[in-house]
Design a protein around this ligand. Structure first.
Ligand SMILES: *Cc1c(COP(=O)(O)O)cnc(C)c1O
Length: 384
């Protein structure tokens, strides 16, 4: 085991994986004012604060409608249920993503059909996706992983030609856009967002949203949010409880006003990591830095492709640097999907990514010293 000295000598300051408390402190009075107002109003679920948030969110994302819901997972589930996805349907999804993308498809009774990814963006390989379409394909869920858009320019016409719905999983990508300014979540039939606290726009608890330009689908998804009910206690369809709290919506409206600034801070930190890693002589021999290929990447995660990834991750954690692996096992190899019959080796690009990716701490509050500490530690590991 290497000792706790770096080349520089003393034990460096720890670099936590997140600094959510720091973000709170920076806008404390704004958030506390909302908390007080909502608490005093007695209106705690849905209501005017939610409508206000939905309007601001739709405007920011360049979408006609936004629906506040209980989580990113429930946004995906609401979209799938609204579209009537169910048994005998197939839904194509990348194998390398967070579990919710696949779990929600399974819960509708439809079959998740996994697809491999591109090596440089980690997003769905659209050419391979096209080969997986069958007459049963009801929807495709591209994921804008780590904050970078999937290739929607290639994907959208393929889906449209076959009348297949597109649900963008934009949980990690609010604010990502292509070169023409088209925003994540506003390309598809639906876009799903998550406001889980660690996401780029984070609530103080669970929350999510659905985006759509279609007024009829919007109305139906709104009913789905309250058990498929248009009028209280009369149910047209079976939905769920996908409601969002007024408090989360009120806090998110305040935070949304800061999102552009926070996004640019994330991007600046990503570019700093790129430069520091280059200067340290680590690229491309030991690590590869993230590719920014389409429009604006919002760096929900800053993900390296690293040699001896697991050893490096352990080395960094031992130095109190919050590095993380998203995701260590592809979805087609998860135990709960054994029944689908996929085998190891079937999606080599995704499987390779699951063995090589390593996310470094990235957030607006991350300091230049902390970034230097991270890169010094990586250098110490490979040069040892
Ligand atoms: C976070 C996330 C979700 C789920 O969002 P929750 O709000 O945690 O339910 C779905 N897909 C992706 C890609 C995510 O990162």
């Amino acid at each position: 085991m290497p000792d706790h000295q770096t080349e520089a000598g003393p034990i460096p300051t720890p670099v936590p994986p997140l600094n959510l408390g720091g973000q709170f402190e920076s806008i404390r009075s704004e958030l506390l004012a909302e908390l007080t107002e909502v608490a005093a109003s007695g209106y705690y679920v849905l209501g005017p604060k939610v409508t206000q948030f939905e309007e601001a969110l739709a405007k920011y994302c360049g979408s006609q409608h936004a629906l506040g819901v209980s989580s990113g997972t429930d946004a995906l589930l609401d979209a799938l249920m609204t579209l009537g996805v169910g048994p005998s349907d197939e839904v194509i999804i990348p194998t390398f993503t967070f579990f919710a993308t696949a779990g929600t498809v399974h819960r509708t009774g439809a079959r998740p059909v996994f697809c491999d990814i591109e090596a440089d963006t980690y997003n769905i390989d659209v050419a391979r996706m096209a080969e997986l379409i069958t007459p049963n394909t009801k929807a495709i869920i591209p994921v804008h992983l780590y904050g970078q858009l999937a290739d929607m320019t290639a994907l959208a016409p393929i889906a449209a030609a076959k009348n297949i719905a597109v649900i963008e999983d934009a949980a990690q990508a609010i604010g990502a856009r292509d070169d023409s300014g088209h925003m994540a979540g506003s390309f598809g039939t639906f876009g799903a967002l998550s406001f889980y606290p660690t996401k780029n726009l984070g609530a103080l608890g669970d929350a999510g949203a659905l985006l759509t330009d279609d007024p009829e689908l919007f109305e139906l998804s709104r009913k789905m949010r309250i058990h498929g009910s248009g009028h209280t206690y009369f149910h047209e369809r079976v939905g769920g409880n996908f409601r969002i709290d007024a408090l989360q919506a009120a806090l998110l409206t305040r935070k949304l006003a800061h999102l552009e600034e926070w996004t640019e801070q994330r991007r600046a930190r990503a570019h700093t990591y790129n430069e520091l890693l280059e200067t340290a002589g680590l690229v491309p021999e030991f690590v590869r830095t993230p590719a920014e290929r389409i429009g604006r990447h919002v760096y929900h995660q800053y993900v390296l492709r690293a040699q001896r990834r697991d050893e490096l991750a352990a080395f960094l954690r031992e130095r109190k640097i919050g590095a993380g692996v998203y995701y260590p096992l592809c979805l087609h190899l998860q135990e709960c999907f054994n029944y689908l019959g996929y085998k190891e080796g079937e999606f080599p690009v995704g499987e390779e990514a699951s063995r090589k990716v390593l996310a470094l701490p990235i957030y607006p509050e991350l300091t230049a010293d902390q970034q230097q500490t991270v890169v010094d530690a990586i250098r110490a590991f490979y040069r040892a």
